[in-house]
Design a protein around this ligand. Structure first.
Ligand code: HSE
Length: 375
């Protein structure tokens, strides 16, 4: 059995990964060591075939004994530890959730429903560094997989509605704290039978602007508001999250599909863990909506086409409908009255599952199963 080290298993993405590995019984097929940055020597989680004691996540000697390391520990950890393993010519596989190595030549961005053949050929050629993609990119590609396979897409504009989870666990909690504070600020008026909505609105706005409103992580209100910028400011009017849309998409597609232009604005909204995106897609020719729907429906087993009507859309095409599942919902598909061959679509997927943990888990299965693609 392959020795697999897991780092960052207690964090948000790591916990989702461990849950999925339990559900799919992945631990049966590996010998797992749990690494820690702070509790070396303490008891490890009681999981089948796992070593009983936590190992030091900074011990290059212990890490180097692993055939495969999965890191959900974050970019700083990758930056510190990965070069040290390379320096001693460690021959194992590094699977990473952090973005640090994504665009480096040695890394393949893993999203196997889309680029399985590239993953497998790179594996044959000795590639050892596998990095999960940006969540928005992975979720979009899975949603429009059918159009990409067909070579139908000229460009995509993705306007995102990204969940708090993408910013981290503390941010998710802060969103709820903000919601609670806003409610508390207007509670007495809210509960009056003859409430005055403008009094409620002024109280909420006052609270958002007050010095004691909690904003340690987001720096600004998210509850009752939104944040039209995600990740770093690249200094040219583009956010790093927006830059990833173009660059990572094409790194995933290169070698198997035609490249596509991707651009749009990324926005943080007050949903918990599912990212949504409103897409404007310029197609290469005039497809009928039924043809588009058929291409999308048949592309992969996770995509669910939601009929473009009000009832289906409000019930099935939202963060609350898909969160906690591997379902990639896509709907609101119609021709736009703007230009020929231009359609709209709206898609939503769980940012922690397909957007983060699931591609890592599936990469592990590719490494341990080699030719078995039935997982
Ligand atoms: N950058 C994403 C976000 C998270 O902030 O929502 C994961 O790729």
């Amino acid at each position: 059995m392959k020795k697999v080290g897991i780092v960052g298993w207690r964090g948000m993405v790591g916990s989702v990964l461990i849950n999925r590995m339990n559900e799919e019984e992945d631990f049966k097929y590996i010998n797992t060591s749990f690494f820690t940055t702070s509790q070396t020597g303490q008891k490890a989680p009681g999981i089948i075939n796992a070593e009983p004691i936590l190992l030091d996540a900074y011990s290059i000697e212990d890490l180097a004994k692993m055939d495969i390391i999965i890191s959900c520990q974050g970019g700083d950890y990758t930056q510190k530890v990965y070069p040290l393993l390379k320096e001693i010519e460690w021959s194992g596989h590094w699977i990473d959730a952090a973005s640090t190595l994504r665009m480096s030549d040695e890394a393949i961005i893993i999203l196997d429903p889309i680029n399985e053949s590239k993953i497998k050929s790179s594996l044959k050629f000795g590639n050892k560094t596998w990095v999960g993609g940006n969540c928005t990119v992975s979720l979009m590609l899975l949603a429009i997989h059918g159009l990409i396979k067909e070579g139908a897409v000229e460009w995509v504009s993705s306007m995102t509605y990204q969940a708090a989870s993408g910013a981290g666990a503390n941010n998710m909690r802060e969103l709820l704290v903000q919601m609670g504070q806003l409610y508390d600020s207007a509670e007495s008026e809210i509960n009056k039978p003859n409430f005055n909505i403008l009094d409620i609105d002024y109280a909420v706005l006052d609270k958002m602007h007050s010095a004691d409103f909690t904003r340690d992580n987001f720096h600004v209100p998210l509850a009752g508001s939104l944040i039209p910028w995600i990740d770093q400011d690249l200094g040219n009017g583009i956010s790093k999250e927006e830059w990833k849309g173009q660059s990572e998409t094409n790194k995933i597609l290169i070698g198997e599909y035609k490249s596509i232009r991707v651009d749009g604005l990324c926005t943080r909204i007050g949903s918990m863990r599912s990212h949504s995106q409103a897409l404007t897609i310029k197609l290469k020719k005039n497809y009928e909506v039924d043809e588009i729907n058929d291409l999308i429906k048949s592309s992969n087993q996770w995509v669910t086409l939601i009929p473009n009507d009000k009832e289906s859309s409000i019930h099935n095409l939202s963060p609350s409908a898909v969160s906690g599942t591997l379902n990639i919902a896509i709907g609101r598909i119609r021709k736009l009255a703007l230009e020929d061959n231009m359609i709209s679509a709206f898609t939503v997927g769980d940012q922690l599952l397909w957007g983060a943990a699931e591609p890592l888990r599936r990469m592990l299965r590719i490494l341990i199963d080699k030719d078995d693609s039935t997982f």
